[in-house]
Every structure is written in structure tokens, then in C-alpha cells.
Design a protein around this ligand. Structure first.
Ligand code: ADP
Ligand code: MG
Length: 251
């Protein structure tokens, strides 16, 4: 089956496209006699252009949720559709294609390859995606303000710079959905703000960003905040008091 993942920009259509749809999604882990319910009947829609923050304390199911959206994990109940692909019933081949063309990940601990330079790490993103990315590694590094550090290895860069390389690697794929798991968790405030600026910029027509965090302050810059508590959605809506600019955050 030939799957087409091109996403039409909002400007070209009257209604918004649901890039991510979760219907009654549950995830249970059975370990011997114990069953852990990490997620319980989650309903969630993310439109193109949205910057969604999933907020919740440690253990509330944030990582489980974002991994399932990215097809790194499979629900034990319910249905997930991402970019028009029914992830829950996809074949291995379709999932392989899905991961290459639709989603890219940014992790708390950056997960750069230590033996590769910044440019090579970004090139890896381009090669792995093989399709959507139209910019060169050097161009994407320029975009995140690290053009001059292309030949540097991760250990020669600060935490914030490493995370910017990780974001560049994710952007280089050209994939429409950016998933970020506690992307500022290991960064100081000032550096964290720079990273949030970069992530915010990525939510534009045809694209969506889902970032998970335990830091309520970060949720203030979202278009929509989805609050998780013990694997359930507590609330889903714009941030209380309206959306704030990244420059107004404090923590
Ligand atoms: P968060 O990212 O919000 O901290 P997680 O999604 O990592 O939360 O975990 C949610 C719940 O699921 C926790 O209770 C956690 O212990 C449990 N859990 C996560 N992964 C596994 C696993 N592989 N096996 C058993 N339980 C797990
Ligand atoms: Mg987590």
C-alpha cells in the first residue's frame, strides 16, 4: 500500500485537520499479579498548527502517551490515528513508514550520538526520515543558531546547545509532528526558554507540536493544555488566564 502523508496547509482549506486523534486509548502493564494502568480511556484531538502541552506529575502517564502517539508503544485498548494513519491497526511495514515520515522526537536527555558531530547528528535525522526534509544539515543548524558549531561533538556543547542540536535533528526530518518529552527538564531556566521559543515556532500550518512536562509554568505558552492525573485527562483547554509569551515565563 502506498501511503501519502502530505499535509495540506491550513491556508488551502476551510477546516482544520486533526493531525492526532486518540479515542478511548488505554495502556495497561501486567507484571505478574499486578496490573498498572498507565492510561485510562484517553480521548484527545490535536489540530495542525497547534502547540499542545500535556501537563502532569511524575507517573501520570505523559511518556506513555507521547510514545503511543509516536508509535513507539501500542495501546491495550482504544484507537489512535495520526496523520490519517490508523496506528493501532497498522502493519509493521506501515509503522516503519509512519515513523520515518510523520513524527520526530525530542527527549529530555537529548539522546545525541556521542561519536557524531552536530552536523552528523542532524544528517542522521535527514537520512532516517528519507523524504520530507528539504533543508541540509548545515541549514537546519543555522536555523537553531548553531551554524558555527556544526563540527563540534556533543561533549563539546552545553546542555542547551545539545538540545538545540536534538531539535535540529528532529526538524531536519521535515516530519509534520514534533513530539517532545520533558525537553527542558535538564536545562536551566534561561536555556529552557530558548528551547521553548524554538519549539513554539514549529507549531504552524501543516504541523503540530506536543510537548509533555511536569512544569505548570511551561503550560502557559501552549495553545491548549491537557492535564493528566493518574492516567486520566483532568482538563483539556486553553491555559488559564490565556496564552502567555515565552518571554513572560518564570520558574
Ligand atoms: P510520566 O512520564 O508522567 O512520569 P509514565 O508514562 O512514565 O509517566 O508512567 C505512567 C505509569 O505507568 C507509572 O505508574 C509507571 O510506573 C507505569 N509504567 C510505565 N512504563 C511501564 C512499564 N514498562 N512497565 C510497568 N509499568 C510502567
Ligand atoms: Mg515521563
Amino acid at each position: 500500500m502506498d501511503v501519502q502523508y502530505e499535509v495540506t496547509p491550513a491556508s488551502a482549506q476551510t477546516t482544520h485537520l486533526d493531525l492526532i486523534v486518540l479515542e478511548k486509548v488505554s495502556r495497561r502493564y501486567v507484571i505478574g499479579p499486578v496490573t498498572v494502568t498507565a492510561l485510562e480511556e484517553i480521548d484527545l484531538h490535536v489540530d495542525e498548527g497547534e502547540f499542545v502541552v500535556v501537563l502532569g506529575p511524575s507517573g501520570s502517564g505523559k511518556t506513555t502517551l507521547i510514545n503511543m502517539i509516536g508509535a513507539l508503544d501500542t495501546p491495550t485498548g482504544g484507537r489512535i490515528e495520526v496523520g490519517g494513519v490508523d496506528v493501532t491497526n497498522a502493519s509493521r511495514r506501515e509503522l516503519f513508514d509512519f515513523r520515518r515520515r510523520l513524527v520526530s522526537f525530542v527527549f529530555q536527555s537529548f539522546n545525541l550520538f556521542p561519536g557524531l558531530t552536530a552536523r552528523e547528528n542532524v544528517q542522521f535525522g535527514i537520512d532516517a526520515a528519507d523524504g520530507n526534509g528539504r533543508a541540509t544539515a548545515a541549514e537546519v543548524l543555522d536555523q537553531v543558531g548553531l551554524g558555527a558549531r556544526a563540527a563540534h561533538f556533543p561533549h563539546e556543547l552545553s546542555g542547551g546547545e545539545q538540545q538545540r542540536v536534538a531539535i535540529a535533528r528532529a526538524l531536519a526530518t521535515g516530519n509534520p509532528i514534533l513530539l517532545a518529552d520533558e525537553p527542558t527538564g535538564e536545562l536551566d531556566f534561561k536555556t529552557g526558554v530558548q528551547i521553548l521559543e524554538l519549539l513554539r515556532e514549529q507549531a504552524r500550518p501543516g504541523k503540530a507540536v506536543v510537548a509533555v512536562t511536569h512544569n505548570r509554568e511551561i503550560s502557559r505558552i501552549a495553545d491548549r493544555v491537557v492535564e493528566l492525573s493518574s492516567g486520566r485527562i483532568e482538563s483539556d483547554g486553553p491555559p488559564r488566564g490565556g496564552r502567555t509569551d515565552v518571554s513572560e515565563l518564570h520558574w
